[in-house]
Write a protein that binds this ligand. Sequence first.
Ligand SMILES: Nc1ncnc2c1ncn2[C@@H]1O[C@H](COP(=O)(O)OP(=O)(O)O)[C@@H](O)[C@H]1O
Ligand SMILES: [Mg+2]
Length: 264
Amino acid sequence: MESISQLPKNIRKHLSNEAYETDHTGMSDSSVFLFQDKILKIQKNTLEAETEYRMMQWLKDRLPVPQVYAHEIQGDVSYLLMSRCPGEMACAKKYISDPDLLTDRLAQGLKKLWEVDISGCPADWRLKRKLEQAQFNVEHGLVDIENTEPGTFGEGGFAGPKELLDWLYGNQPQEEPVLSHGDFCLPNLLFDEATAWYIDLGRAGIADKWCDIALCYRSLSHNYDGVYGDQHREGLDDLLLFRKLGLAPDWEKIRYYILLDELF
Ligand SMILES: Nc1ncnc2c1ncn2[C@@H]1O[C@H](COP(=O)(O)OP(=O)(O)O)[C@@H](O)[C@H]1O
Ligand SMILES: [Mg+2]
């Protein structure tokens, strides 16, 4: 954003000449501007941008999500102005330094998603749709193979995105459909004392319960093993999240959904 005066009118009218900070946490191509009590997210007007807007609206009476103030599309760019949620990201030091508290709150955050009645949910990311989208990404060269888990591609792994896609088509697990966040990683959850807020909803919709568990597990691990931030591996027991969830880890499904996410 060069200046507020260049924003679409419908967005601009909500912003006086307020100061803002720019976020550098997210890994997507979006630009996120943090005003004192509002957030402006500017991104390419893709299916994910549209889903984020629709899911934020649909979830507003169902879960703690940002309130949408305005949404505009200009050219191929989407502008979403929303409320700024209180609290700190789940990857804040306060939580990373207390794995018991962190996993407790993450597990609560997952379970609350699963309590939502999915009838009428405007986005469906069950494998049929999700694999079609993955295929689109592969066919259009949209897969970023640099930014993947070690071992996914190359020696001992898949030769390339197409081979991974074929494997994903051939090895689809049985799905347990729930409301899924779709990108359940630590920077996409904000905790205040009482509430877990869900942000970054472009991949939210109906999906298998294990999709979010897998991405939560991956994000949690990388926030301790040094991939993001400092290494504090000794501080994390791999099974803690599953104990908090009251579930035995289904490692096959976890692996499947982490691999599927490589194509997004
Ligand atoms: N509504 C919001 N309230 C508070 N912080 C937000 C909000 N939206 C985004 N942020 C902050 O900006 C970061 C990036 O926004 P996000 O929507 O996750 O974009 P990206 O697609 O780049 O990951 C978040 O991790 C969070 O720190
Ligand atoms: Mg994000």
